[in-house]
Design a protein around this ligand. Sequence first.
Ligand code: FEO
Ligand code: CA
Ligand code: CA
Length: 523
Amino acid sequence: KTEDHLFGAEKTKKTKKTIGFFKPIEHTTKDELVLPEGFKYDVIAAYGDKINEKGDTFGFNNDLTLFFPIEGSSERGLLWVNHEYTNPLFVEGEKQGDKYTAKQIELLLYNQGGSIIEVYRDKDGVWKMDTSSPYARRITGLTPCRLTGPAAGSKAVNGATTVQGTFANCSGGITLWNTVLSCEENFESTAQEAGLDPTHYGWVVEVAPFDESFAVRKHTALGRFNHENTAMGLSKDGRVVVYMGDDKKDAAVYKFISKGKYDAAAGLKNSALLEEGSLYAANLRKGVWVELTIDAVQQALASESFRVPANVGYSKEELIAMFQTQADVLVYAHEAAMILGATPTDRPEDVEISPFDNTLFIAHTNNDTHGNIHGHITRFFEKDGDLGAMEFDFEIFAAGGRQSGFSAPDNLTFDSNGNLWTVTDMSGSSMNKGVFAHFANNGVYVIPTSGEHQGEAFQFASAPVDAELTGPWFTPDEQTLFLSVQHPGEQSKSLSELTSMWPHRPGDTIPRPAVVAITGFTF
Ligand code: FEO
Ligand code: CA
Ligand code: CA
């Protein structure tokens, strides 16, 4: 039932108000994480903070957060946090000449990946990190990762079955068996700087936060591209479905469907479902999911009428040489999708499944190459509401711009009243300039998905200078919202000309990306 939409965990306390649990804030350029009246944030962990007794430290540019309750608690649990990229000004330092030193490469790799930290709310209501946690650990660009699925050990990945590390970890999602899926997005520059094989990156990485003996793994069956995130659900016949965005201009929306069926009692063993299945990309003109297979790609390439799509950077001859096996289709998933008629879309970032009606929300952030400056949120309707369907219809659910009050939608999450929460990602170089000036800093917006305010955006938070708010995630009781504050002060030209000093911790000399816990939800 989705008629009323007042935020709150306890259904009994809902009222007929569609929105009204907070007083929306105004756009602002303040160097602060600004929240509505009555809300506060606690900084849980910032770049460089010690996370465990071993002395591991919190990485840079935090993104995805996922809360894993301990013993069902909404006040103590493990928090997974992605670390997407570094900034030479604050982390590894500038290159001397055209190369990084070995020490700089180590810093570059160590400060990406992810952190597992233990967090709790103390008796005064303040969220803190528990550095005595036996679970707290880092996954980095140095951690060995196992490849699974059809491309593991194939020629397409130069025979690798184990690869070095994970980096460019942007967003991701949670599995039905309580593990992390962390997505490798813009991996190219780090792979190049560190002299690593680019075919070993651009995958979906699985981590079991409570179980260090579960090898970190990259599931090649889910394809290799600039992965933004994952959203997992079940088809009507019980197979696992994973939706995924490929954050590039003119890129496809994907879904993976497992061969086997989900078994709740099997726990971590369900991970094997991500090793075998079918990968599809969306054709929006026809409303169909196109399966990416080597036979179909080879057939398309052999056709007299084949023309290389505009957004594929290879000649026909190169493509014919490239596509020999199914592993090649997975490693070059974007090229395969375009060859098979998938629709190039405007930077598909976060994808979320509505818990109310199984519709799918996709943040199309923007695409200035054909005039989509402020982006939009697309909603897919799978045929018969079945995530396993091969056909869908879609609508533009909300469009960025002055009329809606937001620009560049990125990560999405739902609350239990059907409100869609979106963060925005105007780039640092365009923020507060030209047509972006209207929106001031990046923020968090709450958008009801039905009712009289359907599609309207209400601003809940504003980011510090140059920052982007990422990875919103609620505790099960919805009394706490975790949020990453990524790249504050990113446009700083030097350490003596800093554009931000957030989080304004006493004695600090640089701005620091940090994860915060927001509280103040009263119902
Ligand atoms: Fe890393 Fe597409 O945001
Ligand atoms: Ca993102
Ligand atoms: Ca983004």
